[in-house]
Design a protein around this ligand. Structure first.
Ligand SMILES: [Zn+2]
Length: 482
């Protein structure tokens, strides 16, 4: 009861401005309120289903539960598919049929979540808990919240009898956070006919960046770095620790890691990050805005670049980064190590390949005793990395961007859409690689300094969840009405 009452208040606030007649206003508010309650209910259900990569996790259970939601909402059985390469990791693909005037739009969201331990959290991570205006639970932000919003929007359109000008396909998938049965990759490779589209919208990143309680800009991700893991390994014959020798696998490895820590990959901008800094310079002020302008010059201003790169976030946008994330060495306290290993995780700028970076690592480590292998997502090691380069940023399609610009301006007066690159790597990599232009946004509002994705006490604000739900529904409707 409490849920729908709150949803109702938020809905009335949202729709009051746009309704002229009271009756129309009340009807719209009721539809919004019902959609908010449904979205929240589905989020609660999804949160309670453990979809981690562990033994306890099961994606299929979540996919089946959401398929049932669609059946209940009247979607015909032939437009709902639950399928995948593994019993535990099936994906949901659903379709709202349109007039066929345009090629379909594909919405993607992952159902799997990062591990969460009860003892680390203030609440049970696998229960949706409302506290102080926030919804707590693993995946609320990344990304069961956005999943529930996409589902609720699709259901609302269907229940209104809305006929879109293009099919709207929704794929809720497995293994974005890790695991070897990635759902999006599997779908584009094995069931292209189910997910083929003119372009893809992914909900896997929050868009409204809030700083000091005020929305700063609306982020539209149109480019991504490539993710690559490398294993560094030093082996030798070891020996008795009472007789140390010069060649110690641990020392050899850590000296190499020191050289890596001191190394910075070259500064580089692409079409999207260039536009990002151009627009950010209009929003930021003072030295920072001046620096953003100065790095756009040719050549970029050295000092501006240094100041900006001191911020790890800005550095990650303008550079390939590689960082040691795991270390493992030795086999006994009283033996010289025969083996020392480290994992180095790299986030590679578009236009560069993992193999290019592997060769650069070999140069930076500057010691033939350190072998550098590429580690695939299933853990297999190879002495060469993929030579495929990160996809070039797709053009910003007007049919996708114009309704977004309009709706953002109407929802948050003065707020601008800023296209950018994600420093992470998501399923957009797979759709982009398959030639499908992919844009990532979710209208949730988050303060980046309190971003709890993958961390403890992950949460989203209740008000933002409902606002995002209404926003996404309106966006989807506008997008597919023309
Ligand atoms: Zn995610």
């Amino acid at each position: 009861m409490r849920t729908s009452a709150r949803a109702g208040v938020a809905a009335r606030l949202l729709t009051a401005a746009c309704c002229a007649a009271y009756a129309a206003c009340a009807a719209a508010a009721d539809a919004t309120s019902a959609s908010n309650a449904l979205a929240r209910d589905m989020l609660a259900q999804l949160t309670a289903i453990n979809t981690t990569d562990s033994e306890r996790g099961n994606i299929t259970t979540a996919a089946e539960a959401m398929a049932q939601r669609l059946r209940t909402a009247g979607f015909p059985a032939e437009d709902i598919r639950v399928l995948g390469p593994s019993e535990r990791k099936k994906n949901l693909v659903a379709r709202l049929r349109g007039t066929g005037a345009h090629q379909p739009v594909l919405l993607i969201g992952h159902l799997d979540v990062v591990e969460a331990r009860r003892e680390d959290w203030s609440t049970d991570p696998f229960q949706l808990v409302e506290k102080d205006g926030e919804l707590y639970g693993r995946g609320t932000l990344d990304m069961k919240g956005p999943d529930a919003i996409m589902l609720a929007s699709l259901i609302r359109l269907r229940q209104e009898g809305f006929r879109p000008t293009r099919d709207i396909i929704l794929a809720l998938t497995a293994d974005e956070e890790g695991g070897g049965a990635n759902g999006v990759q599997w779908l584009v490779q094995h069931h292209r006919e189910l997910v083929d589209a003119q372009f893809v919208l992914s909900g896997d990143d929050y868009s409204v960046l809030v700083v000091n309680g005020k929305p700063l800009y609306f982020k539209l991700v149109a480019s991504e770095k490539i993710y690559a893991d490398f294993q560094l390994q030093v082996t030798n014959k070891g020996g008795h620790s009472s007789v140390p020798v010069a060649e110690n696998a641990i020392y050899t490895l850590t000296r190499g890691l020191d050289r890596l820590a001191a190394y910075e990959f070259p500064f580089e901008l692409n079409a999207v990050t260039r536009e990002y800094y151009r627009r950010r310079a209009q929003i930021d002020s003072g030295q920072r805005a001046a620096d953003m302008r100065a790095i756009l010059g040719n050549p970029p201003d050295r000092q501006a670049l240094e100041r900006l790169s001191a911020d790890p976030v800005e550095r990650s946008i303008t550079h390939t980064t590689c960082v040691a994330t795991r270390l493992d060495a030795g086999h006994a306290n009283n033996a010289l190590p025969q083996r020392a290993q480290a994992v180095v995780n790299c986030r590679i700028l578009p236009g560069h390949s993992p193999e290019e970076v592997r060769q650069q690592l070999v140069q930076v480590l500057a010691d033939p005793a350190i072998a550098v292998s590429y580690q695939g997502s299933d853990g297999t090691l190879t002495d060469h990395a993929p030579a495929v380069r990160g996809f070039a940023p797709p053009p910003l399609l007007p049919e996708m961007l114009a309704p977004l610009d309009q709706l953002v301006a109407a929802t948050w007066p003065g707020l601008k859409v800023i296209p950018g690159m994600s420093a992470g790597a998501s399923d957009a990599t797979h759709t982009s690689a398959a030639g499908l232009p992919t844009y990532t946004f979710s209208p949730l509002s988050v303060d980046p300094s309190d971003d709890r994705e993958h961390g403890r006490d992950e949460r989203i604000s209740v008000a933002s969840f409902y606002q995002a739900n209404e926003f996404f529904y309106r966006y989807l409707r506008t997008l597919t009405a023309r």
